[in-house]
Design a protein around this ligand. Structure first.
Ligand code: SAH
Ligand code: SF4
Length: 431
């Protein structure tokens, strides 16, 4: 989301004559887009700010601004705590940025804009693609979240949920395809609750997916993230009926314990979650499934933790983002619960989940050996210029010898070997 937001910011500033520079030494402004989801995300930003002090001493004109969720959460306080920050801008206030930069530069004052909006979607802004490979791009389709999971700061930093006009989304995807892009990822905190209504027209997420998928069979479509509580059969049906909708679903489980899920305010239990997994497999047996999980949420017992491990064994995820619980200000958890799982215990539980998931991912990958996949080539492999890497529909990375192939092409690759993270393969001759 932040990556997509930075591209919107770059576009808003470009219109006012600013440009992105590759060399930090020549920058007049440094804008840092921030995440507030866990405390360590914020600590990294504070460390970066300390590192930038030397640069600021060499260039007294340089001004630093903080964008995103940390700006929203801390507002003016952030400029008090971090003296080298000149302005803070929340996620719904980016249109004010050009004016703020002028203020900060000319009057030398500090400035903060952190008002949240119920309508802002930046629908009319065509993002400037930053550091793009020219092959895949993000498209933000909705903003905000009002699910209020007990541990989560997002509803407070990104405001109410709102959906973007589908015409502008389809136009953006079409534009990208015409420029040569081959893959778009539709982004939202909970894409299943995408909903647009204007007069008679009603568009839900499955319908939006259908419209984007119809642009061209050569344009792959992905999305993130869907909330298990409203993963509908209608969406699965649409996914199954278009080859270019990628067969990969990120479905954050958070915990395998019903007591934890209730306390987390997730609005589903383990039986519901497993029913949704079964539905995915029914519609798309080849679909990969990935997740997010939190170890050591308030009051989590060893039994609860074991249920999470069980959930991982049952679902056999292809990939997981695994986190230790971090208490966030203003959340339900902070107001009503105790962060009572000791740090060392959180670490142990997290490590157990990581070890189990590593083993499952490797076993899943071993089953891929011998299969042939269509791969969208993204670039040179990090290890060798003689090899390329790309992804299959399931979002798994495949590495193979390059031959005459170029990034941006679709090729067929047979899997010959694997690690827990990567499939290794060889090009299949077309005849
Ligand atoms: N909207 C998405 C996730 C956004 S945050 C969704 O609901 O699926 C990404 C992940 O960060 C969450 O899925 C959760 O696993 C993790 N997370 C959120 N708040 C956290 C916290 N306070 N401590 C640890 N992990 C957290
Ligand atoms: Fe946070 Fe829950 Fe919203 Fe995801 S759905 S952003 S975890 S409140």
């Amino acid at each position: 989301m932040n990556f997509a937001d930075s591209e919107i910011v770059a576009s808003l500033l470009k219109k006012e004559g600013h440009e992105v520079v590759a060399d930090i030494e020549v920058a007049d402004f440094i804008l840092i887009n921030t995440c507030a989801i866990r405390d360590n995300a914020e600590q990294r930003i504070r460390k970066r700010l300390r590192e930038l002090r030397a640069l600021q001493q060499r260039h007294p004109q340089l001004r630093i601004g903080i964008l995103g969720c940390m700006a929203e959460r801390l507002q003016n306080q952030l400029m008090v705590e971090e003296e080298n920050v000149s302005f803070v801008v929340g996620p719904d206030a980016y249109r004010r940025l050009p004016q703020m930069l002028e203020q900060v530069r000319q009057a030398g004052v500090k400035a903060a804009e952190t008002e949240l909006s119920t309508t802002e979607t930046y629908a009319d802004i065509e993002p400037v693609r930053l550091g793009s490979n020219g092959i895949s791009a993000y498209i933000s389709i909705m903003r905000g979240c009002q699910n209020y999971c007990a541990y989560c700061v997002v509803p407070y930093t990104r405001g109410r949920e709102r959906s973007r006009d589908p015409e502008t989304i389809v136009a953006e995807a079409k534009g990208l395809f015409e420029q040569g892009y081959k893959e778009v990822t539709l982004l939202g905190q909970n894409v299943n609750s995408y909903r647009w209504q204007a007069g008679e027209e009603r568009v839900n997420f499955p319908e939006l997916m259908r419209r984007v998928a119809q642009i061209s069979p050569l344009l792959r479509v992905r999305f993130a993230t869907s909330h298990p509580k409203d993963l509908s059969d209608e969406l699965l049906e649409v996914m199954a009926s278009y080859d270019n909708i990628c067969k990969c679903i990120h479905l954050p489980v958070q915990s395998g314990s019903d007591r934890m899920l209730k306390l987390m305010n997730r609005h589903y239990d383990s039986a519901w979650y497993l029913d949704r997994i079964a539905a995915i497999r029914r519609y798309m047996p080849e679909c990969s499934i990935t997740t997010d999980v939190i170890a050591g949420f308030c009051t989590e017992t060893e039994d609860d933790h074991q249920m999470t491990l069980d959930m991982f064994r049952k679902v056999r995820y292809d990939y997981a983002y695994m986190f230790k619980f971090s208490m966030r200000p203003n959340t339900y958890a902070e107001k009503h619960l105790q962060d009572d799982v000791p740090e060392a215990e959180k670490t142990r539980r997290l490590e157990e989940i990581i070890a189990l998931q590593g083993q499952i991912a490797l076993e899943n990958n071993r089953r891929e050996v011998g299969r042939v996949y269509e791969v969208l080539v993204e670039g040179e492999s990090h290890r060798s210029k003689m090899q390329l890497f790309g992804r299959n529909s399931q979002n798994k990375v495949l590495v193979f010898d390059r031959h005459e192939v170029q990034p941006g092409q679709y090729v067929r690759v047979r899997v010959t070997d694997c690690t827990a993270a990567t499939l290794i393969g060889e090009l299949v001759e077309e005849n």
